[in-house]
Design a binder for this molecule. Structure first.
Ligand code: 13P
Length: 271
């Protein structure tokens, strides 16, 4: 019988994953205060981390501080970086390698966020290299895919995310664990989230891609997140979908009470 991976409670039941992408917000001192308060708040709420994993994705300059705090206080919170270099080392001024992230015990890294694709001209090739660099260093890539409003009109709901995921996995054939975040560009920061049904429709297609490239077992174990205007008032609807296993939260992850409430989505599943 196949063994049950760390992110699987039992066959077919994945540990939920709530991730906060801080983007370019909160310096290292603010990060320390925020993570401390978040940990207290989840402790007060008796948060069950074995049921729902919670992670923050701060800017690079915060990572060492967050790592120190998490390890010194033995916090169950996880953290990740927002990007990684496609190169492993060398003369690449300003870049941060996967090895450096590994040295900070960074479990996760976002790859291919739409803001990187849009404002930093990251292509599918860059993203495939970054995924490969993360995998090579034992860091789980959180691969972000999503269509623009124009893509949606031209190609329908899942064509662009599916092709982006195929491309991102081009060099990741030996990956044992990945996370995929479906973030429609039109829903990011717009206040207009996708419907849970829209998210499910794309997540299901993305799971087929993972099965095709990495095999059925990994596809079953992979957490697929929805991102784009997630709030405490709409999170429960997404998590009720069979193929949506969590959320990648932007703006609302900077509001401590709101993010803690999103992490505690099981308490308002009936709402
Ligand atoms: P918002 O939650 O602010 O829409 O951002 C989503 C996002 O881009 C997370 O990576």
């Amino acid at each position: 019988m196949a063994s049950v991976g760390a992110n699987q409670k039992r066959a077919g039941e994945r540990v939920a994953f709530i991730a906060g992408n801080w983007k370019m917000n909160l310096d290292h001192l603010q990060a320390i205060a925020f993570v401390q308060k978040l940990a207290w708040s989840l402790k007060d709420a008796r948060h069950d981390f074995s049921d729902t994993e919670v992670a923050v994705f701060p800017p690079f300059t915060d990572l060492r501080s967050v790592q120190t705090l998490v390890s010194a206080d033995k916090l169950e919170l996880k953290y990740g970086a927002q990007d990684v270099s496609r190169h492993l080392s060398g003369a690449y001024t300003g870049e941060i390698s996967a090895e450096f992230l590994k040295a900070l015990d960074t479990p996760y890294v976002l790859v291919g966020h739409s803001e990187r694709r849009q404002y930093h001209r990251e292509t599918d090739d860059h993203i495939a290299d970054k995924v490969a660099a993360a995998v090579k260093n034992g860091i789980v890539p959180v691969i972000c895919v999503g269509e623009t409003a124009e893509d949606l009109e031209l190609y329908g709901p899942s064509a662009v995310p599916v092709s982006q995921l195929h491309a991102a996995l081009a060099l990741a054939g030996d990956a044992k664990e990945i996370v995929v975040a479906y973030e429609p560009v039109w829903a990011i920061g717009s206040g207009q989230a996708a419907t849970p049904e829209q998210a499910e429709q794309v997540a299901e297609q993305l799971r087929y891609v993972i099965a095709e490239v990495l095999g059925g077992e990994i596809a079953d174990a992979t957490r697929i997140l929805y991102g784009g205007s997630v709030k405490s008032s709409n999170i429960a609807g997404f998590l009720r979908q069979p193929n949506v296993d969590g959320a990648l939260v932007g703006g609302a992850s900077l509001d401590l009470a709101e993010f803690a409430s999103i992490a505690q989505f099981r308490k308002h599943v009936g709402t």
